[in-house]
Design a protein around this ligand. Sequence first.
Ligand code: SF4
Ligand code: SF4
Length: 301
Amino acid sequence: MTSLPIFNIERFAIHDGTGIRTAVFLQGCQLHCQWCANPESQQVGPKLMFLKDKCTGCGRCVPVCPQHAISLQDGKAVVDRTACTACGRCVKACLNDARSISGRWMDLREIHDTILRDRDYYEETDGGVTFSGGEPVLQAAGLEPLLKQLCTEKIGIAFETCGHAPLENYRRLAPYVSEWLFDVKSLQKEVLKQYTGADLDVILINLRHLSSYDPARVHIRVPVIPGVNNTMDDMERLAELMKECSLQKVDLLPYHTLGLTKYRQLGIPYPFGNEHAMHPEDVEPLKEYLESCGLTVSIGG
Ligand code: SF4
Ligand code: SF4
């Protein structure tokens, strides 16, 4: 049976589409957004997460590592990431919860059964399942049998996408999806390339395709990032594009730093550097401008 790389499943999610939802987070993404809140999701495959602050230097993890990837330095464990295979043996050895493995392959049956556990809540709230990531559209072929099954069971399906996947994948998924949460990070080609690695043309082709299929299903989300996309000029570009595509709803998501701990756990620096989160009131003027353009705007998911 097909397996998919999952790094989290969140039940009772309320910010990932209408109603109460189960959010299924898949690994794998073509972008490298500097502010990414889920850096463990960018590459496919399990990863060792290690929180040095919790390490007491007891040394229990050192002898269990088959790769000899762990040593003790200055009273703390140190991991040689080039040797680690994310086997998880050190996780079991650690009594201080300093270690965990993020990401595992789950077969479609297990994902399906997890989603259906909250079916009653979906029915009561017009909710369902949201596939997020990473970039879930990259897994279109593997997901399709599951989506078919969920449609026959009348489970609402949403996708949260960065828009950067092959057009063919969007075509394949569109008949099953009742709500697209489509991220727009910057509509300035060079800015987008610099901060995310994305090709704006790819994203626009996909957005125009989904909008022509059914604009009412497309809901724009803008992670508002200071110094990247938080000017009135950025909002003007967004309003023009939404008008062209007959789109109505947009969420402004103020920049947050909730992913910082994950960078520490992965032993990598935070590329964006700015560690000061925005507040909802910081994006209020942007909201007012977009509303003046006739759009329906909310702050947060
Ligand atoms: S996950 Fe496995 S390979 Fe990696 S450090 Fe722990 S025991 Fe060693
Ligand atoms: S077992 Fe846990 S607490 Fe002990 S040295 Fe290893 S990571 Fe640190």
